[in-house]
Design a protein around this ligand. Structure first.
Ligand SMILES: *Cc1c(COP(=O)(O)O)cnc(C)c1O
Length: 429
């Protein structure tokens, strides 16, 4: 398998990629190294990364400090089971997460992916109400255009249409959906703006364990930025109707939107919060579900007195060490200034797209820049254009978007935005 074309051919015939087909006629580019904001292809070309490997690689690739931390942990131990055993990286990381997340969040459940952390959040909400003696609360309410992962519980609260899971509808737990917020970020939102949420809660609150949503930024379901007042109104309604609030910060957490957590834009505290993606700076797969003392106590003192979940690779020491190193790097860096600079660079650089007839809207928040097209882009023709332009940008549906590593230089950011403007302008869509 040392022959290059051989392993690439094998990949094409035998390996699934995210949302892919075996043997498909779409390019999959072989990467043999990555450093800073650059991915190195097998043919020697370098691409400036505009995706942070799906929100994750906030410090870029092959970071010496990150590498050192993981190598040091590797020399101690790579993994031990977490049932009945514990270790310093898990305890240190949990302490750090409790410290930097909203003050009422006091307990931490580690899992190996974002989707699983959402499953855990949903199970915690149900178990909480069960232990409160209200077993009827087993369903969830969410907003349309959301995305919470690909496992069954998570799928059930993804947007029924844009959530990519419509063919599984009959196999999914039916949940309740409110309209996606139409009051956008930077704009006010009165009670009318959350009318659909209020109505769902009024009708179904006796069955609803929790409202689950992505705070401020709806990611993979449409890259929409909504009003902080909407989130405040949802919190108020949850309290009024006796329903928990789960915030999915898997994409938004750790600085991406300009706040450490997106809920801080609205000064809203969830009852349960999920983090993942950039938690380890993109090095390893790790996620966590945080809860309040009220919830963890109720579950721990209830019947059966245990929380019923426990992944094999729970709190993997290598992953916890990567997360600790990543958080130290982030919190010791001028990350807020960096996000402000990236935000300005994205706004400036993508502005010419506003004038193009094929573009519906351009929006930027923090280190997220989105060009929404009028029609879905043709991946087969557009992907090679970006690679030829020396950048890694991976559109989906109508969305061409950038969320570069926080360490990107002005010059590299300009190359990225210029490539987006050029490709969007010149490609017949
Ligand atoms: C990516 C994502 C998930 C799922 O995380 P995985 O690690 O892919 O399972 C859940 N929620 C949001 C908001 C995400 O962006």
């Amino acid at each position: 398998m040392s022959d290059k074309s051989n392993w690439i051919d094998f990949d094409k015939q035998h390996i699934w990629h995210p949302y892919s087909a075996i043997g498909a006629d779409l390019p999959v580019y072989p990467v043999v190294g990555a450093e800073g904001v650059r991915l190195r292809l097998a043919d020697g070309r370098e691409l400036i990364d505009g995706m942070s490997s799906w929100w994750c690689a906030i410090h870029g690739y092959n970071h010496p400090g990150m590498n050192r931390a993981i190598k040091a942990q590797l020399d101690e131990m790579a993994h031990i089971m977490f049932g009945g055993l514990t270790h310093p990286p898990a305890a240190k990381l949990a302490r750090k997460l409790v410290e930097i997340t909203p003050a009422t969040l006091q307990s931490v459940f580690f899992s190996d992916s974002g989707s699983v952390s959402v499953e855990v959040a949903m199970k915690m909400a149900i178990q909480y109400w069960h232990d409160k003696g209200i077993a009827s609360k087993q369903r969830f309410l969410t907003i349309r255009k959301g995305y919470h992962g690909d496992t069954f519980g998570a799928m059930s609260v993804c947007d029924p249409e844009t959530g990519m899971h419509s063919l599984f509808t009959d196999a999914l737990i039916p949940q309740f959906f409110a309209d996606a917020p139409t009051c956008f970020y930077g704009h006010p939102c009165n009670r009318d703006g959350a009318k659909s949420m209020e109505e769902q809660l009024r009708l179904h609150h006796e069955q609803i364990a929790a409202v689950i949503l992505e705070p401020i930024v709806q990611g993979a379901g449409g890259m929409r930025f909504y009003s902080l007042e909407y989130l405040q109104e949802v919190r108020r309604l949850c309290d009024q109707y006796g329903v928990l609030l789960i915030l999915d910060e898997i994409a938004t957490g750790f600085g991406r939107t300009g706040k450490l957590f997106a809920c801080e834009h609205a000064d809203v505290t969830p009852d349960i919060m999920c983090v993942g993606k950039s938690l380890t700076g993109g090095y390893m797969s790790l996620a966590a579900t945080l809860t309040t003392e009220e919830i963890s106590k109720t579950i721990s003192e209830g019947d059966p007195g245990l929380f019923m979940h426990g992944p094999t690779f729970m709190a993997n020491p290598l992953a916890c060490s990567a997360a600790l190193a990543s958080l130290d790097l982030l919190l010791d860096s001028p990350w807020q200034d960096r996000i402000t600079t990236i935000e300005a660079g994205l706004k400036n650089g993508l502005a010419p797209c506003r004038e193009l007839p094929q573009v519906e809207e351009v929006r930027v928040l923090g280190a997220i820049g989105v060009v929404e097209m009028k029609k879905p882009v043709d991946m087969k023709s557009i992907q090679p254009c970006f690679v030829e332009a020396g950048v890694w940008v991976r559109p989906f549906g109508k969305l061409v978007y950038l969320m570069p590593p926080f360490i990107i230089s002005q010059a590299d950011l300009e190359t990225l935005t210029k490539a987006v403007v050029d490709v969007v302008e010149k490609r017949p869509m």
